[in-house]
Design a protein. Structure first.
Length: 159
């Protein structure tokens, strides 16, 4: 299985990219709020896009291939996505007010994301790679490009 064309490799790289954007936001929010806001905006839109990719493409593929939906890992992942979305919005509210005092909200998000991403990277993504063909994975990557931006591009006065 080519490393480049696996779900694991692609989605783990996206997790890492998002982590770096969030770290940038955290490092700059008290010294250069304009740059911090840009990093947060890119993080928020990127995370929302990542979730849409999973829920619209990956999870249905997993459920189709395994028959696991109501009692499977994707059911739990969707619930965690809702919590992540709420935590993301709590930080977004502070950013919109130009309030850098979002440490508590950030820690809550990081705690949820850390656990969530580990489950995806250690279990779900490798399992999806195992039950899919290279052609099915390529279809996922192609379909990711066709999701309209309005599905995930809501941030920071850009509604």
């Amino acid at each position: 299985m080519s490393e480049q064309k696996t779900i694991s490799a692609f989605f783990e790289r996206d997790h890492d990219r998002l982590d770096e954007l969030f770290k940038t936001f955290q490092q700059l929010k008290r010294s250069d709020f304009a740059k911090a806001k840009e990093a947060f905006k890119e993080f928020k839109v990127g995370l929302q896009r990542h979730i849409v990719w999973e829920e619209d493409l990956l999870f249905p593929l997993w459920e189709e291939k395994t028959g696991m939906s109501e009692d499977g890992p994707t059911f739990a992942m969707r619930a965690e996505h809702r919590r992540i979305g709420q935590q993301l919005e709590a930080i977004h509210g502070k950013v919109a007010e130009q309030n850098p005092d979002s440490d508590q909200e950030e820690q809550a998000l990081l705690d949820t994301l850390g656990s969530h991403n580990r489950k995806e990277e250690r279990a779900l993504y490798p399992a999806i790679d195992q039950v899919t063909t290279a052609e099915e994975r390529e279809t996922v990557f192609q379909n990711m490009k066709n999701i309209p931006e309005e599905r995930y591009k809501l941030c920071c006065g850009q509604h």
